[in-house]
Design a protein around this ligand. Sequence first.
Ligand SMILES: C[S@@+](CC[C@H](N)C(=O)[O-])C[C@H]1O[C@@H](n2cnc3c(N)ncnc32)[C@H](O)[C@@H]1O
Length: 255
Amino acid sequence: MTSDIRVLYEQAATDWQRSEPLLLSDYTARERVFEVVGDIRGLHLWDLGCGEGYVSRRLAALGARQVDGFDLSAAMVEGAQRQAKTLEAPQGSTLRYRVADLSDPEHLPPGTCDAAVAVFLFNYLTLAATQRMLAHVHAALRPGGFFLFTVPHPALPYLRGQEPPFCFDPAGHPYLGSDDQIFEGQIWRRDGVVNPVRSRHKTLQDYFHLLAATGWQQLPQLEELGVTEAHLTLDPAFFGPLQGLPLHLLFLLRR
Ligand SMILES: C[S@@+](CC[C@H](N)C(=O)[O-])C[C@H]1O[C@@H](n2cnc3c(N)ncnc32)[C@H](O)[C@@H]1O
């Protein structure tokens, strides 16, 4: 199954390249990620499922000392490495990328980090693989560190049809009892380009069970992200169809 995902991202790698917000989720999810991480100056972070490095670059620009990005797709990692070279390096930050299949945390290098993010990685992993990664990050984080992850909101496929600018097809599978079923989806860029995405279905309850099973003791900060007034003011035609809908979940976990 990871070979399918690799192909999906090898083919779409060029369309993921960006240096400023472009995809729907750059506005509706990633901008909130950069607020919620808080003061990360001087920290060493992991960016799990880093893609072409958009999130890593922004974390470096916020003052992270080092960001290590890991991704399944060699084409995405090459894009990240290319952009890191041309990036006007923010004061002293290092960006390093490596191809790694994170369905097995053994593919991560040994060692620890101060904090980790996984921005739309877990929707590609099975429940079992997500559990392994949650346990691994829990063990690898220094005390006081955080783990922030985002996933598509699991209710979204049941709230709207296959329409722009963001959708998943539950293909007849009900919300409950469909764990790990693959829902194909699409996400639009503001310039009209459509990127294919995928979700391995997990319910809200699944995430809480996984956290409890992997040593995360404290209640997470949980946000249901959607379109804001600012988005509607910026581009009502693009964001308007999603007004009032839950698009993504953001979890902030503290070690
Ligand atoms: C929606 S993209 C998000 C990329 C990046 N985090 C961002 O926010 O721009 C999902 C990424 O997860 C990666 N991915 C999917 N399955 C993976 C796996 N098993 N191991 C590592 N990366 C994976 C894909 O290659 C892709 O780059």
